[in-house]
Design a protein around this ligand. Structure first.
Ligand code: HT7
Ligand code: ZN
Length: 865
């Protein structure tokens, strides 16, 4: 397949100011007529329209059949003489046969579209690139009984009854008009049997916007949290970024077959049901947060993505990184800011750090790709958000005003209506916020997580901080330059437990030293507070100082970090078998006293307490090794957890008792109670399994909400106890027919700590509820399995075989979803040699398969390379 390079960008040869689409809808057969007004933008070039798996039934130019067109590969090329023409093309589609879920497809009898990034070309021939912006008019007609609701972007401008069709069915039609020019990837159409929950929002300038959330009949009662989140998003974007919604109507549709989380189509967002439907009986607190975050994210795209879109797909982080930052800020404002920050860093470390240190590493603005779908990554999204967050910290630190906001205001003003670049964004922040970001731009072009070392020296009354940085080499980037790294820090006085104010230092060279007078005694360094830079820090902080920070740091993230470092350091040494018995004992005791302090600290709220109690994940621990041994990591992590549970048994049972007495509500205190309740069970399961099994079974039976029920079932899933099978059967029967909850049933088993998890996954693949046809179901079983190191890395290599078989079976059905499983095998270089060889062999087996999709081919070859 061809490699597309960022440096090869050229402006479009033809613009398309107007698009008119006419759909004759049917689940097994839909006819599309596309009418384009095309205007020449560069001399001498034919009109080149991209297609993918479609054929033109008829091509008209200026109303007359044309024979000046030809197919070049999948593209339709038309020779045109003049500077402006009307081109009309008819295509025929079979949505029911579209299992890739890109373009127009059927989901439970309903028709819907997914066009980002290159799905529009599966509907009709088009210059399907984000820098061609058009005003769309869409007409659709179809049988009323199959498609009572007909939706597209913008406003519905006309509708009516049609004549009976060839099957004698009553038909109807609707016409939609979207006044805002948009690229083809933001086009959407939905037709089906849907019901709406409706509300309205009045914007800051007094315009009333009608809001609808469309779901399948029966699901209406589960949309209220999504609606509340939407209204909160609209209000928050006005207050935090001055952004007002710009249509009179905002529709959201929930679909159960969807490749990603949601899609920000102009005025018609399409969502995976998972990020819309929530009620206490079927959704956990985590699910509630995810709905709020994704609803916000898609809504915020209306400005950061739709009003200002991307010039080309290399600029994806322009809209995704910025929008992730915006959704993170929104969720922080709606809930607990420190807890949200810790969660976001945990996600970054679990998903993005491994990307940055593996064969698929790429900068947040990639330089080349074969299949753009492979670049919707944690790097583009989450690291992209961190990079913009750093600009925000540098702009706002110590400034009385929100200087970052001046930068974003300028960006929105300057580029409204344009297809922009990451460079445009940086320049606007530079100009608006008054920063010099010359060297900072390296964050856009260099991949890899920088490693910072910090050493604090003390002489007289001066503390000196020596910092170094190294940006690791990554595939295709053989040399790296130092980047500006903004580090928030504080120096604590040991005696008082206080510091004299937070400071910001920017490390912009390979090494630098910073002096801090006024410290009669050597202070304790608290560095990268709030995770001000997405880097790995080696500060060689003593165990004593980590314990000090874990108890005293007034920055909640830094406190969490100190505790995590204490545990990571211990577990890494233990898994590497570097600890004497004595060292193991003192290490565990230090951790136990820090955890006891967290359990006893009455000033902490339970949401934060629950966060602090989460041990570093196995994936993050594996990242600390050049070649990890997943068995040793699991053994040591579970061993520590069990030891802590026994050492602090009375505290954990008391915590579980206290939290169990808190009645259900969606308020923070009750959510916190549920969080620590599950954490208590997690510890008890490792150190007092019978006690945990008894408590979990009772919690399961008493549960009046999914958070408690899922937490209890998760605990039981990891144990050898009769309650395990009993409650799993109960859960399956209780929620039969509720796809999202049955997904949980699969995930809990595939991700469990049970020693037979691998065997369970094999059996579940044959369960009648399992299907490769639904991405949520596939992910619920196999993503949970691939993220369960002890099962996936079974020494037999069977886990690797299972994932490779899955990729091969899924690739022809849904290539995008199949390709997303490749990175788990692609980590082979970072795993101990015996397993690494088996992982590599499975990648080679996939690579040798005939007719792999471009998606899977690219990921497999990069992983082997
Ligand atoms: N912008 C949306 C991306 C998306 C997508 C990309 C490829 C294939 C299917 C997809 N569905 C949605 C999601 C977002 O970031 O908001
Ligand atoms: Zn997005």
């Amino acid at each position: 397949p061809a490699v597309i390079r960022r440096e090869d960008y050229t402006p479009p040869a033809w613009l398309v100011p107007e698009v008119s689409l006419d759909f004759a809808l049917g689940v097994d057969g839909t006819r599309v007529v596309s009418d384009l007004l095309v205007r020449r933008n560069a001399p001498g070039q034919p009109l080149r329209l991209s297609g993918d798996g479609i054929a033109a039934r008829e091509v008209l130019v200026d109303g007359r059949p044309s024979n000046h067109w030809r197919m070049e590969g999948a593209d339709l090329v038309i020779d045109l003489e003049g500077d402006e023409h009307r081109v009309s093309i008819e295509t025929a589609l079979n949505p029911a046969a579209n299992s890739q879920l890109m373009g127009l497809y059927a989901s439970n009898g309903m028709l819907c579209t997914q066009c980002e990034a290159e799905g529009f070309r599966r509907i009709t021939f088009h210059p399907d690139r984000p820098d061609v912006l058009s005003v769309y008019r869409v007409r659709m007609a179809g049988p009323k009984a199959d498609f009572p609701i007909l939706l597209s972007n913008g406003n519905c401008v006309a509708s009516g009854e049609g004549p009976p069709n060839e099957n004698g069915e009553d038909t109807h039609w609707a016409e939609w008009h979207d006044p805002w020019p948009k690229p083809s990837y933001l086009f959407a159409l939905v037709a089906g049997d849907l019901v709406a929950t409706s509300d309205s929002f009045t914007t800051m300038n007094g315009r009333k916007v009608d809001l609808n959330i469309w779901v399948r009949p029966g699901d209406e009662s589960r949309t209220h949290h999504a609606m509340r989140s939407l209204i909160n998003s609209m209000k928050w974007d006005e207050e935090a970024f001055g952004r007002e919604y710009d249509l009179d109507l905002f529709n959201i549709v929930a679909v159960s077959d969807f490749n990603m989380g949601a899609m920000e189509n102009k005025g018609l967002n399409v969502f995976n049901t998972r990020y819309v439907l929530a009620d206490p009986e079927t959704a956990t607190d985590g699910d509630y947060d995810a709905v709020e975050g994704v609803i916000g994210h898609e809504y915020f795209h209306n400005w950061s993505g739709n009003r200002i879109t991307c010039r080309d797909w290399f600029q994806l982080s322009l809209k995704e990184g910025f929008t992730v930052l915006r959704d993170q800020m929104f969720s922080a404002a709606m809930g607990s800011e420190p807890v949200k920050r810790i969660e976001d860093v945990r996600v970054l470390r679990a998903a993005q750090f491994p990307e940055d240190s593996g064969p698929l590493a790429h900068p947040i603005r990639p330089d080349s790709y074969q299949e753009i779908s492979n670049f919707y990554t944690a790097t583009v999204y989450n690291k992209g958000a961190e990079v913009i967050r750093m600009m925000r910290s540098m702009a706002n630190f110590g400034a009385g005003a929100d200087r970052f906001r001046k930068g974003t205001d300028l960006y929105f003003d300057r580029h409204d209506g344009e297809a922009a670049t990451c460079e445009d964004f940086v320049k606007a922040i530079e100009d608006g916020a008054g920063l010099d970001l010359t060297r900072f731009r390296l964050w856009y072009s260099q991949a890899g997580t920088p490693r910072v070392t910090a050493r604090l020296a003390h002489e007289g009354d001066v503390a000196t901080l020596h910092l170094t940085q190294e940006v690791p080499l990554t595939p295709g980037q053989a040399s790296k330059q130092p980047m500006p790294i903004p580090l928030r820090l504080a120096l604590f006085d040991r005696a008082s437990g206080k510091h004299g104010g937070e400071q910001l230092v920017v490390l912009d060279q390979a090494e630098a030293s910073f002096t801090f007078p006024g410290h009669a005694e050597a202070p304790v360094l608290s560095l990268n507070r709030g995770f001000s830079a997405p880097v790995a820090i080696d500060a060689a902080t003593s165990q004593e100082d980590l314990v000090f920070l874990a108890a005293h740091d007034d920055d909640p993230f830094a406190r969490y970090e100190a505790l995590q470092s204490l545990i990571v350091r211990h577990l890494v040494a233990a898994a590497a078998e570097e600890l004497s018995d004595d060292e193991r004992f003192t290490g565990r005791h230090a951790i136990a006293s820090a955890i006891a302090a967290v359990l006893d600290d009455t000033a902490l709220d339970d949401l934060m307490r629950g966060e602090l109690l989460i041990l570093p994940g196995e994936g993050y621990l594996a990242e600390q090794f050049a070649q990890a041994d997943p068995t040793a990591i699991r053994r040591e992590r579970e061993g520590l957890k069990g030891w802590l549970a026994q050492a602090l048994l009375a505290r954990f049972t008391a915590l579980h008792d206290r939290a169990s007495a808190v009645p259900f509500s969606l308020e923070a205190a009750a959510r916190g109670a549920r969080k620590v309740k599950t954490q208590a069970l997690v510890y008890l399961a490792a150190g007092a399994p019978e006690e945990a099994a008894r408590r979990a079974a009772a919690q399961y039976d008493a549960a009046d909400n999914m958070t408690d029920r899922q937490g209890a079932l998760m605990t039981l899933c990891g144990l050898d106890t009769p309650g395990r099978a009993e409650k799993l059967a109960d859960f399956h029967a209780r929620y039969a027919g509720n796809a999202l909850v049955i997904d949980k049933w699969f995930s809990l088993q595939a991700g469990s700590l049970h020693g037979d998890a691998l065997a369970h996954v094999k059996a579940l693949a044959d369960h009648p509820d399992f299907t490769l046809g639904n991405p949520n179901r596939v992910r619920s079983l196999y993503m949970a399995f691939a993220a369960n190191p002890a099962a996936f890395h079974d020494p037999s290599g069977e886990g690797y075989r299972i994932i490779a078989d899955l990729i091969l079976a899924l690739d022809p059905i849904n290539a995008q979803t199949a390709a997303r499983f490749v990175p788990s095998l692609g980590r082979w270089r970072r795993i101990e040699p015996a397993r690494a060889a088996m992982m590599r062999a499975e990648l080679e087996r996939i690579a040798a398969a005939p007719s792999l999709s471009r998606d899977t081919f690219e990921q497999v070859t990069r992983s082997l390379g």
